[in-house]
Design a protein around this ligand. Structure first.
Ligand SMILES: O=C(O)CCC(=O)C(=O)O
Ligand SMILES: [Mn+2]
Length: 197
């Protein structure tokens, strides 16, 4: 199994049927710590219900959405303007990807019991080859990609200040998840910048 860190590969990485960008030290540590506190305190975090197997359950994490109206998993996210803190982080991600993002989904994993299940970000509003830029703050969490046909996996330890971009056909051929873990008792914040067309 390939592991991002083990191979020490950074920058743009070609994977079968997809493309990633990985930079573990994208934001200097001290700045990442300060951003973590600002995001914790200022974003309007909420735990929303999603439709799973025909019933409403609370998502196993908190979230905040900024951008135009967007719907996924039976959830209708209302339009909201990005605060300046997020606009400056968006600009830093855009310098790498060359994509003009217009929205961001912020996730707050309170501890290792909070998680994100296997999914693809393949809503039609994201287009055929979505670029999704993911910034992480706080406690590192394991992020796993799994190829839909071959089952091949790629794993990354998403540490504070890291940037992972998923691009090309990654959302068509790979699923990703942030698994539960008993080992972690502290929060992690994740920002996923997207372009809704
Ligand atoms: O928390 C993460 O790193 C992943 C978040 C994610 O996959 C999403 O918001 O769609
Ligand atoms: Mn995702």
């Amino acid at each position: 199994m390939h592991q991002g860190e083990l191979f020490g590969e950074t920058g743009w990485i070609d994977i079968p049927d997809g493309k990633l960008f990985w930079e573990p030290a994208f934001i200097p540590l001290a700045h990442a710590v300060s951003l973590y506190h600002q995001l914790t305190e200022t974003l309007p975090w909420e735990q929303l219900p999603i439709r799973m197997y025909g019933r409403d359950v609370l998502q196993p994490r908190l979230q905040a959405w900024f951008g135009q109206a967007y719907s996924y998993s039976g959830l209708n996210l209302k339009p909201a303007l990005m605060p300046s803190l997020l606009l400056s982080l968006k600009a830093k991600c855009e310098e790498v990807s060359g994509v003009d993002y217009n929205s961001v989904l912020a996730n707050l994993y309170r501890d290792g019991k909070d998680y994100m299940g296997w999914h693809q970000d393949n809503e039609s509003e994201l287009g055929e080859t979505p670029s999704i830029a993911s910034l992480s703050f706080g406690e590192p969490r394991r992020f796993v990609l799994r190829h839909l046909h071959s089952g091949e996996k790629r794993e990354f330890e998403l540490n504070s200040g890291s940037l992972l971009i998923m691009a090309g056909k990654t959302q068509t051929y790979w699923q990703h998840a942030v698994p539960k873990t008993a080992k972690i008792n502290a929060p992690r914040i994740n920002l996923t910048f997207r372009k809704i067309v």
